[in-house]
Design a protein around this ligand. Structure first.
Ligand SMILES: CC(C)(COP(=O)(O)OP(=O)(O)OC[C@H]1O[C@@H](n2cnc3c(N)ncnc32)[C@H](O)[C@@H]1OP(=O)(O)O)[C@@H](O)C(=O)NCCC(=O)NCCSC(=O)c1ccc(O)cc1
Length: 139
């Protein structure tokens, strides 16, 4: 059974275009917030902690795919259902389903990797194998 965590947002007037429809980058922003919340709810410490303890600075995106099915507008409450559907050697696939109650508005998948600043090139980032303990907490 895949662990799923729900993150709720309230759509503000400023999230919408002049037609009152949520402007699409906001869905990516909420999916990213939901990703962070997913790790937090699974018991993973914040990245500022993992950076100090094991060098992990976060989970940047390598690829995204988003499908928009229905619009949303201000004053509505949306629920983002987030899980990890696949763990590979160095990347994992996040799935986010944005719902308004029972209605599915939008679905997104993200490919992400855990990265460190390698000691030999501290101004760069490098993917590391998916940490087994984090995988266990989030599966
Ligand atoms: C992430 C990287 C450092 C990985 O590079 P490397 O360390 O050299 O790794 P590799 O090339 O060996 O590839 C590692 C894995 O990625 C996979 N990979 C690489 N590119 C892709 C794409 N596009 N799709 C799928 N998988 C990929 C590759 O197949 C390897 O997978 P495994 O089979 O599991 O081993 C590099 O690809 C990179 O810098 N990409 C740009 C990242 C970026 O700028 N993203 C956008 C902004 S960051 C962001 O939004 C953010 C959000 C949240 C945060 O906490 C932090 C940052």
């Amino acid at each position: 059974m895949t662990k799923t965590v729900v993150y709720e947002v309230e759509v503000m007037f400023g999230d919408c275009d002049p037609a009152g429809i949520v402007f699409f980058p906001n869905f990516s922003k909420w999916m990213d917030a939901s990703s962070l919340n997913f790790f937090k709810q699974c018991g993973v410490p914040p990245w500022r902690e993992t950076k100090k303890t094991r060098g992990i600075v976060g989970t940047p995106l390598l690829e995204i795919h988003t499908k928009f099915m229905r619009p949303a507008t201000y004053g509505e409450r949306l629920q983002i259902h987030t899980s990890v559907t696949e763990w590979r050697e160095k990347v994992f696939i996040h799935r986010h389903v944005v719902k308004r109650g029972d209605d599915v508005l939008c679905e997104g998948t993200e490919t992400r990797a855990f990265v460190i600043h390698p000691p030999e090139a501290p101004d760069r980032i490098k993917a590391i194998p998916v940490p087994e303990d984090i995988k266990a907490l989030c599966s």
